[in-house]
Design a protein around this ligand. Structure first.
Ligand SMILES: [Zn+2]
Length: 312
């Protein structure tokens, strides 16, 4: 290990703490040299140890550490690995209720390429983000939990409000699991025929337009259990016909024969309940709006899945 290598490490560490601590590059280099040369500690180990010492001195967590400037400026959809220090411009799409005192704000950031969850720590002392506003965010760190990425705003993050508008892109999600339930107002439904309305009628009435002559349509509001969580997905007429092999015409005939539209949903239950599907599509509120549905292999015994799902 040459002295200049240690000097490089010392300079980088110095940059990370320059705002918080009054410490010189030479002092940091001395510490590194002692560990590496006298105690024969590997350089990476020495660096971690020295950084920990200064974290303690500054009362900071490792999460608070900046990358020392020169971050990549990324699009939301580029975020695909944890512990990267990045800059991004994004709109606050939603704010959620924090479920811990350690979190000041939590919600969804978005840009043209998609959305990503963000967490802003309470002790970061940063200004408040407002829903619908666009910000330039520098020095945020990426994180990953169960394959989903997020960004953390910490003490070293800078926030600049921008007077801009961003059209947040849809980002498709993928869920895979057992179809454990079909919600009411699935099957053969009637929609309001008024221009641009298409609301589903309840007892022949549209919430907006009152009593109208509805138009028949098919859809499924499916509950999918992926083993950890349940998700709700909405399948349009095309996907419903494909999955159940019941066309809109056939559904109307079935309903007419029975003088009851609910026979259609009953028949659909028999076709798809307990089967496994992979569903992709953008999210809207709590629903996944299915663009694509593929049948996948699940466990051999579908009844076991249903029993498990009901006992959650
Ligand atoms: Zn209407």
């Amino acid at each position: 290990m040459t002295e200049s290598d240690l000097q490089t490490h010392a300079t980088e560490i110095h940059e990370q703490f320059s705002d918080q601590l009054d410490v010189s590059v030479e002092e940091i280099q001395d510490r590194l040299e002692t560990l590496v040369n006298e105690y024969k500690v590997p350089t990476s180990e020495a660096r971690r140890s020295v950084v920990n010492t200064y974290l303690d001195e500054a009362g900071m967590e490792r999460d608070d550490l900046g990358g020392g400037g020169g971050n990549d400026r990324v699009d939301v959809s580029d975020i695909d690995s944890p512990e990267e220090w990045v800059d991004l411009t994004a709109k606050v799409v939603e704010l959620w209720e924090p479920n811990s005192d350690a979190v000041a704000q939590v919600g969804l950031l978005g840009d043209e390429t998609g959305t990503v969850k963000f967490t802003k720590w309470s002790k970061s002392d940063l200004s408040s983000l407002e829903e619908g506003e666009v910000y330039d965010l520098r020095n945020v760190v990426t994180d990953e939990y169960q394959g989903r990425f997020s960004v953390k705003l910490n003490r070293t993050t800078t926030i600049e409000h921008l007077d801009e508008e961003i059209d947040v892109g849809e980002d498709a999600v993928e869920i895979e699991g057992a179809l454990v339930d079909i919600q009411s107002d699935s099957g053969l439904i009637k929609r309001c025929p008024e221009d641009d309305c298409t609301r589903v009628l309840q007892n022949g009435r549209c919430n907006e337009h009152g009593e109208v002559e509805g138009e028949f349509d098919l859809r499924i509001k499916a509950v999918i259990d992926d083993g950890n969580d349940v998700h709700e997905a909405i399948l349009d007429r095309e996907l419903t016909e494909e999955l159940t092999e019941i066309t809109l015409d056939e559904a109307q005939e079935m309903a007419m024969d029975a003088l009851d539209t609910s026979v259609v949903a009953d028949e659909m239950h028999k076709q798809i309940l307990g089967r496994y599907y992979r569903i992709t599509g953008p999210t809207y509120g709590r629903y996944v709006l299915a663009d694509e549905v593929t049948r996948v292999d699940g466990p051999a015994d579908p009844d076991a899945v249903l029993i498990k799902a009901r006992s959650i």
